[in-house]
Ligand binder design. Sequence first.
Ligand code: 5CU
Ligand code: ZN
Length: 361
Amino acid sequence: MTIVDIHTHVYPPAYMKLLRSRTTVPYVRTFPPSTEERLIILPGENSSNNSTARGRPIGPEYYDFSYKIAFMDQHNIDISVVSLANPWLDFLPPSEAAATAKDINDDMNTTCGSYPGRLYAFGTLPLSGSVEEITEEIRRLQGLPWIRGVVMGTSGLGNGLDDEKLNPVYEALQETCQTMFLHPHYGLPTEVYGPRASEYGHVLPLALGFPLETTIAVARLILSGVFDRYPSLTLLLAHSGGTLPFLAGRLESVIAHDAHLKTTNTAPKRSIWDVLSKNILLDAVVYSPVGLKAAVDVAGADRVLFGTDHPFFPPLDGEEEQWLSVTTNYNAIKDAFGEEGVADCVLGDNAIRLLNLDAKV
Ligand code: 5CU
Ligand code: ZN
């Protein structure tokens, strides 16, 4: 059986150069006397009285593809579909966005080609550029042999994914049959975590902020009618869709009872369940059989895909050969579905079929 990791990140060399040249979030620097480089990316990681200040250590596992291959070998992963990690190009001045996206996408494509059949990639979009530049890059990506879609955060052009100005982007993605991998970055406003949040490290923003951000972004997409307008647009949702599988029924019911949507005739035409089973793919990065069974219940056993989130969540003592973050997801699949059938689909067969990973290049 073939194991495919569809949620695995990298900061390629050109992006590292950019991060190292910056002094505001996002950036990479050392804090003397330590010579260790640190990655500061999340909102709120830059304040001195915060337990998440100074982000996290960053080493070659974040930017050297030979480390990605070694990690894959160590965890029996045959194929990885890599994506630029957050915050992508969201922060770039508009005038730099298109050229930077092109450079990074070309570099990713070329690197994947030097590990033929083992690496594919989701491209990145110049979202701070013009809509014309974004759609042009989507069409250009279609011609790069190792690219299988795009990775995106929830901010879109700055106003979220329900922004009507994004219609041409969704249209181009639908037309070119490219999957949009939706990944969180911004979390929730820090006030919601309360005055003691700084005592809890990254736990609240990563365990709750990330999945809730994704849930809200997808709910807004559904409410804005994007899936009515683009019925074959495909989204792959990080972290099994956040809390969407659990809250889908409530979302559907509240829509059905909303007087404003009824009188303005603006409720989405398709049911949440229909969208979930036809337009949504979910990764299996949920760390428990409970969440995994919910993901399969709503999206279908043929639409849930294994992932690791590498190189994030490394072992804290740096000693273990097998990463706990990976073995927990492997065990969740085994506990939920046994060792064949649905398990094989989630571990690799779905990704190969849905992302066309066995096509001749
Ligand atoms: O640990 C983190 O901050 C992250 C992150 O930023 N992005 C991600 O994909 N996983 C973990
Ligand atoms: Zn991730």
